[in-house]
Design a protein around this ligand. Structure first.
Ligand code: HEC
Ligand code: HEC
Length: 209
């Protein structure tokens, strides 16, 4: 027999364990309101960043957990980008999770087959980003169908140490410009593809996935 006080202690312990999990559950509806300003750039297909010119990344179909990691890196300036720093530095953890849940929409699922053959320099990449461009862990970004010029920009930023990430920094050091171009072309051609958040707003998921 378990005594009444033991039951009470047990139930309180369970409540204490569950409560934080409930508090951190992402609320996509709240995220939709918070993400209103994001659409001005991420909602417009093929919208470009100026100086240097490259495409604003697609967030639709991305892993929500990765989007939160990325936002925290802009907030801490482990990734350089003035606008994204200004956006991220004011967000709470909960706000980041809610927005990520909304913006990612329905995440792309693994199981597609790779389109074409990975370039030679891509043999190591597939261990984490998959041959089909779907990150094998929620914290590993999906690259399938991402804008090629954004992938190039990101890889060059890791190589130059402007994006401070120990894993990708190590990966990018040995890549030549030609490798980077080939890898960007390869991953941007994978299907099903990431999409703009406007497509998520309209359809709830990336079309064609
Ligand atoms: C003025 C245009 C602009 C606005 C507004 C904007 N972003 Fe961005 N965002 C960008 C650009 C450009 C990048 C790529 C920066 C880089 O090179 O690292 C980016 C990168 C990101 C990334 C990283 C994506 C990846 O694949 O790593 C996330 C996540 C993100 N933005 C979320 C948001 C959220 C959430 C908001 C709204 C609160 C927002 N952005 C508002 C332009 C914008
Ligand atoms: C050990 C796992 C691992 C390997 C191997 C790996 N990556 Fe990554 N990659 C990651 C992680 C984790 C991130 C997120 C880093 C961050 O937070 O900035 C990332 C980020 C990226 C991004 C940025 C995506 C975005 O939306 O901004 C690109 C592009 C990329 N990787 C390409 C590659 C390529 C090309 C290779 C092979 C040369 C490679 N990766 C190898 C784990 C890996």
């Amino acid at each position: 027999m378990i005594s009444r006080s033991a039951w009470l202690t047990l139930s309180l312990t369970i409540v204490a364990l569950i409560a934080p999990a409930l508090a951190s559950a992402a609320d996509a509806a709240r995220g939709a309101k918070l993400a209103y300003t994001c659409q001005g750039c991420h909602g417009i297909p093929n919208y470009k960043n100026a100086y240097p010119v490259y495409s604003v990344p697609k967030l639709g179909g991305q892993h929500a957990a990765y989007l939160v990691v990325a936002l925290k890196e802009y907030a801490s300036q482990n990734r350089p980008h003035a606008t994204m720093h200004a956006q991220a530095v004011t967000m709470t953890d909960q706000g980041m999770q809610d927005m990520a849940a909304y913006l990612s929409g329905q995440e792309l699922k693994p199981g597609g087959h790779a389109v074409g053959t990975a370039p030679k320099a891509g043999q190591t990449c597939v261990a984490c980003h998959g041959g089909d461009g779907i990150g094998i862990l929620p914290e590993y970004p999906n690259l399938a169908g991402q804008h090629a010029d954004y992938i190039e920009q990101a890889l060059k930023a890791y190589r130059a140490g402007q994006r401070k990430n120990p894993v990708m920094g190590g990966m990018a050091t040995s890549l030549t410009d030609a490798d980077i171009e080939a890898l960007a072309r390869y991953y941007s051609s994978q299907r099903p593809s990431l999409c703009s958040t406007d497509e998520i707003r309209k359809a709830g998921k990336c079309p064609g996935t």
